[in-house]
Design a binder for this molecule. Structure first.
Ligand code: ATP
Length: 363
């Protein structure tokens, strides 16, 4: 087990491109940290720097009070599980799992004991004599994990380990990874671009954007209080709706007027004018209001698309006078059809306000 401290960690590639702009992060013992962000934001770069596969241009990486910037990967006591499994095709499952132990000079009997013990832990007992090509994708992924576990590393790193599996197996394997990580009590950093995977796995989430850490926190904290429009739009599915609005004594858009100014210290700009804001509303915080029940603040809309999902329904609607579509997630199967006119009522207590220019949270 281990703690990791990243201080102003920076990566500039030889071509001059900076992929990581000074990352600061503390990872506590036994924690499962998930790093999430869009393609190219620097997730793999960060992970590879932790593993020692990529040099550190500036800043400091400390594992258990020891600076490891210049340590070789093998000396860092870190195991990495890759997306493509990286198994040796000519070796059996047992030999793949025992490989690192053999390199370390662990005697044969002890190697066998450890491999068998790990195989039992992750349900590979019956597959130890097979070659990787005789295994399914899920089984190969399990071997890759087994190979990491057998080494008893201080830290586990996962680089999108489930992206080659089908949706059902992904759900099953991510539950298994979480269960194993907690059972072994090992510190882990897990990279994915899948925000649902991130939300369900993480003790804490690190959201990255353009080589910078945007926000760190528990999944629920990031869902409830995203620090920026970027995080708000990235966490939650379907994504948060954003509308232009103005704020003085009330929140006003082209079609809405809501009494929610009390949440901001200065809703009025220096010149006394209503402040422009970006209003964020999650799809699950919009209710479809029956005709005749409409009150001030409800949004008139025309339904463009209905997606029944079984447990709930996504209603895509165009607000009166606006170009963009908004999405509402409503319970059950709803008798709404394309072309219907209806009203959507935002939950006034769960609105998010962002600065239109910087995208930073305002309240
Ligand atoms: P993905 O989800 O697509 O794997 P990522 O978030 O893991 O993306 P990285 O692979 O860390 O992103 O890449 C971050 C940025 O650094 C990208 O713009 C990428 O093009 C750039 N990059 C990666 N490796 C190098 C390299 N060796 N030289 C120069 N630029 C690189």
């Amino acid at each position: 087990m281990a703690t990791l401290r990243l201080s102003a960690l920076r990566k500039t590639y030889p071509n001059g491109f900076t992929a990581l702009h000074g990352a600061d992060l503390e990872i506590v013992d036994g924690e499962l940290i998930v790093v999430v962000g869009p393609s190219g934001c620097g997730k793999s770069t960060l992970l590879r720097m932790l593993a020692g596969l990529e040099s550190i241009s500036d800043g400091e990486l400390v594992i258990d009070d020891r600076r490891v910037n210049d340590l070789e990967p093998a000396q860092r006591d870190i195991a990495m599980v890759f997306q493509n499994y990286a198994l040796y095709p000519h070796m059996s499952v047992a030999d793949n799992m025992a490989y690192a132990l053999k390199n370390r000079g662990v005697p044969k009997a002890e190697r066998r004991r450890k491999v068998e013990e790990t195989a039992r832990l992750i349900g590979l007992e019956d597959l130890l004599d097979r070659r990787p090509k005789q295994l399914s994708g899920g089984q190969r992924q399990r071997v890759a994990m087994g190979r990491a576990i057998v080494r008893e590393p201080r830290v586990f790193l996962f680089d999108e380990p489930l992206s080659n599996l089908d949706a059902k197996l992904r759900v099953q394997m991510r539950l298994e990874i979480r269960r194993l990580q907690k059972r072994l009590g090992v510190t882990a950093v897990y990279v994915t671009h899948d925000q649902v995977e991130a939300m369900t796995l993480a003790d804490r989430l690190v959201v990255m954007n353009g080589g910078r850490i945007e926000q760190v926190g528990t999944p629920m904290h990031l869902y409830e209080r995203p620090a920026s429009r970027f995080v708000a739009g990235f966490i939650g599915s379907p994504a948060m709706n954003f509308l232009d609005a103005r704020l003085d004594a009330r929140l006003q858009g082209d079609t809405l007027t809501l009494p929610c100014c009390t949440r901001l210290a200065s809703p009025v700009s220096a010149s006394g004018e209503a402040k422009p804001v970006c209003l964020g509303i999650r799809p699950e915080h919009l209710t479809v209001v029956p005709e005749g029940d409409v009150i001030d603040g409800d949004l008139s809309a025309r339904v463009e698309l209905v997606e029944p999902l079984g447990a709930d329904t996504l209603v895509h609607a165009r607000l009166e006078g606006q170009d963009d579509l908004v999405v509402a997630r409503v319970d059950g199967i709803r008798a709404v059809a394309e072309g219907d006119r209806l009203a959507l009522r935002p939950d006034a207590g769960r609105l998010h306000l962002f600065a239109p220019d910087t995208g930073q949270r305002l309240d």
